[in-house]
Ligand binder design. Structure first.
Ligand SMILES: [Zn+2]
Ligand SMILES: [Zn+2]
Length: 442
């Protein structure tokens, strides 16, 4: 197997060139053919106990849940099935109070561990609940749709607002290539689109490293880059569900999740493109709209953010940072209060920090270094729209049902929902954000 497709099959600890000691806590990651039959043996080796909550929904039960349940029962595991159902008024199952309470109602069984069968939300719910009650969890992946299997975060809906909680990664990840390849195509494309977003996420991280002296790990970038290069060359194969491409996609998503675990937060995997995607999700849920899939939103946002980055790199040396000095802090805060309405209390703290950062003086000491380092990340996928097109994935946010107005607002306001500085903030600071947003959307 190519070196570009390395992933951590076992737990490890190692000293990295970045100065940190990285730790991978996931003890077993199986990716390949005939993975489901190996589950009982791996679980036994990990000494997790015999009694488990098996989490699934109707779709994931058909995809791998029934088979997993039968395999476990034959190996004399005590399986307590937990069917998660989406409320009729929602398009998808959400990690909300209702879903958490439903899982909670099974905890009187005192399970030894939780086994999730699913992808995004089911994995997040299992990770969150297991962490809260301090039991291990493992996951049987049903789709290569996101990078949250191996990551240390569990996004939850609380009072209608998405908050990502720190949580322990799974002790085992089971990825059966046949199951993954049979997943609904939009889910596969969502995973691919999420991955495309790593170029702008890592460009943002690099930018903070150079301008703010923030810690950066080159190794986590290299881990994801290798599989991305393979996928860039074979994007068509994603749309055709070719097993080699699905394998590369699964490796890339695993590594992206592992890189978050190594660094301790989502920095290697999430930048402006994720802020725009999160913003659209929050607003869609608030307005009772279908938010579409996480990865697809990220892909559409990446196309726009990349366009803004390309222009920024061209104009980098001519930017007049003094231009931003004439805006008023209080009027901005008032504007945010009106824009976010009842959601404002959720973002208030992070927004204040952003506004504070906006007023700090800015000087780029070495523009050519910044240019080179940003290009190094962005050039891995020079044209995100064409790569998405080749994978038959949506290339615009409009295709996902968002209006022009909502997309424009997402680009202007999403930077206030998290503390982390991105290209959107840099443009805001330079007084260029509106101009760049209009340019990117034209
Ligand atoms: Zn490192
Ligand atoms: Zn993502």
């Amino acid at each position: 197997m190519s070196n570009k497709l390395f992933f951590f099959a076992e737990a490890t600890t190692f000293a990295c060139k970045c100065g940190k000691t990285h730790h991978i806590p996931t003890q077993k990651t199986l990716l390949g053919k005939e993975v489901l039959p190996c589950i009982p043996q791996v679980l036994s080796e990990l000494n997790l106990g015999k009694k488990l909550l098996l989490l699934f929904d109707h779709n994931t039960y058909e995809a791998a849940g029934r088979e997993t349940e039968n395999i476990l029962k034959r190996a004399s595991f005590e399986v307590i099935p937990v069917l998660l159902e989406k409320p009729p008024e929602l398009e998808y199952l959400e990690p909300d109070e209702r879903a958490r309470e439903h899982i909670g109602s099974f905890l009187f069984h005192e399970p030894d561990f939780i086994l999730a069968v699913g992808s995004g939300v089911i994995n997040d719910l299992a990770k969150f609940v297991a962490h809260r009650i301090q039991i291990p969890y493992a996951v049987v992946a049903t789709a290569p749709s996101m990078d949250g299997y191996s990551s240390p975060g569990a996004p939850m809906l609380v009072g209608g607002y998405k908050i990502t909680y720190d949580a322990t990664p799974p002790c085992a990840i089971f990825m059966d290539l046949e199951v993954l390849s049979r997943a609904p195509l939009p889910l596969i494309q969502a995973g691919f689109s999420d991955l495309v977003g790593k170029i702008t996420a890592n460009a943002d991280w690099t930018m903070r490293n150079i301008l703010q002296g923030e810690y950066f790990c080159e190794y986590t970038w290299e881990l994801v880059k290798g599989a991305m290069e393979i996928l860039r060359e074979n994007a068509e194969e994603i749309g055709k569900r070719k097993e080699e491409a699905i394998y590369a996609l699964a490796v890339a998503l695993l590594n992206s999740g592992f890189s978050m675990t190594m660094v301790g937060d989502s920095r290697p995997a999430s930048g402006a493109e994720h802020l725009v995607a999160h913003y659209l999700e929050i607003m869609a849920l608030h307005r009772k709209m279908n938010p579409s899939l996480h990865g697809l939103r990220v892909g559409g946002a990446t196309v726009i953010v990349k366009k803004m980055y390309d222009r920024f790199l061209q104009e980098l040396e001519e930017i007049d940072w003094k231009k931003s000095e004439n805006y008023s802090f209080t009027s901005q805060e008032e504007e945010l209060k009106i824009h976010f309405g009842p959601l404002f209390p959720f973002i208030e703290k992070d927004a204040q920090e952003k506004l504070k950062w906006d007023r700090e003086e800015m000087k780029i000491a070495n523009p050519s270094l910044l240019y080179r380092q940003l290009q190094d990340k962005l050039s891995v996928i020079p044209d995100p729209a064409s790569v998405l097109r080749r994978a038959q994935a949506p290339q615009t946010l409009e295709e996902l049902g968002f209006s022009k107005k909502m997309i424009r607002e997402a680009l202007l306001f999403s930077r206030f929902i998290r503390k982390r500085v991105t290209i959107l903030d840099l443009l805001g600071k330079a007084g260029l954000l509106k101009e760049y947003v209009d340019y990117a959307l034209s």
